[in-house]
Design a protein around this ligand. Structure first.
Ligand SMILES: [Zn+2]
Length: 319
């Protein structure tokens, strides 16, 4: 007899789900394209069908709860609100749609908060009560955990480190403002930095011969690992900007660790070394040498699904 939790990650392209047990073992999974469904109701219907099929394949399994990670997810209201990467309009009551479709409790939060809870339950933050998770993907997402709980703020949207201003009047951001941290410290940001360095000229770089669409954070990491000076400088600049912003974050919640996740975190020491250096140089003296920067322990597992499932588990133990 297995009591399983469905972890669901709503992405712009695909919605991924998995049936997870208490120990973080995934017993069945599937994916459904997000955008091809006419609206959220149709997507929920397709995901619920997929969950029933996966559940039927596990002998003696029953579904206990559903956890959902979604962009612009509001934990308090169980809603997805004005998500820029989803084709849905306005405010969507996603948690209650899943509750009705599956007949079990459902809860929801944004994807970075779900990832933070996943690290706390199954990953690098096990046993920690105060930490910060930062996802360095297309944008920069963050989940702040204090005293063992995610900080949601009064409206459910707290912890948007990616949209704090890193450079006043700097690069335009998708949020409509300028100079947000995520326009520098993200997979997208480092590509922009390389383009700027290439335009300035001066150093010969193999990245100058890469087609625009092939200029990815991965290509930059490969070039830096091969000793390309310009690529290494781009990692320096990115890590410095990130480290300085993290020093500000440490001054607010004093985390014992900052866990990096996502595409850019995969470049390992290339991003870690300059980030740690800038962090330590910038920190208020009372905080120096106390905050570890770690890489996610869930990078090669289905972190988004595990995080969403962990949210539902945490919810149960809070009840
Ligand atoms: Zn922004």
């Amino acid at each position: 007899m297995h009591d399983l939790i469905a972890g669901i990650d709503i992405g712009g392209t695909n919605t991924v789900f998995g049936l997870v047990d208490r120990d973080g073992v995934v017993h069945g999974e599937g994916r459904v394209p997000t955008a091809t469904h006419a609206g959220p109701e149709q997507l929920v219907h397709a995901v619920a069908e997929g969950i029933h099929t996966a559940l039927a394949a596990v002998h003696g399994a029953s579904l206990r709860a559903v956890g959902i990670g979604a962009p612009n997810g509001n934990y308090y209201r169980g809603t997805v609100e004005f998500a820029p990467n989803l084709a849905w309009r306005g405010i969507v009551p996603l948690a209650s749609l899943f509750r009705e479709a599956l007949g079990v409790p459902a809860c929801l939060t944004n994807d970075a908060n779900a990832a933070a809870i996943g690290e706390m339950t199954y990953g690098a933050a096990r046993g920690m009560r105060d930490f910060l998770l930062v996802t360095l993907g297309t944008g920069l997402g963050s989940g702040f955990v204090a005293n063992g709980h995610v900080i949601y703020g009064h409206d459910g949207f707290a912890g948007e480190l990616g949209h704090t201003i890193a450079v006043r009047g700097g690069r335009p951001c998708g949020c409509g403002r300028r100079g947000c941290l995520e326009t520098y410290a993200s997979a997208t940001g480092i590509v922009l930095t390389v383009r700027e360095l290439l335009e300035e000229g001066g150093t010969d770089s193999r990245l100058a011969r890469v087609d625009v669409e092939d200029l990815t954070s991965r290509a930059i990491a490969d070039a830096a690992a091969a000793g390309d000076t310009l690529a290494k400088e781009a990692f320096e600049i990115t890590g410095r900007t990130l480290g300085e912003a993290l020093a500000d974050a440490v001054a607010i919640t004093s985390p014992e660790a900052i866990i990096l996740f996502g595409g850019l975190a995969r470049s390992g020491d290339l991003i870690l070394a300059p980030t740690v250096r800038a962090l330590e140089e910038t920190l208020l003296p009372i905080f120096r040498g106390k905050t570890r920067i770690l890489l996610s322990a869930l990078m090669d597992r289905n972190a988004a699904v595990l995080g969403a499932a962990a949210l539902a588990l945490a919810e149960e133990s809070d009840r």
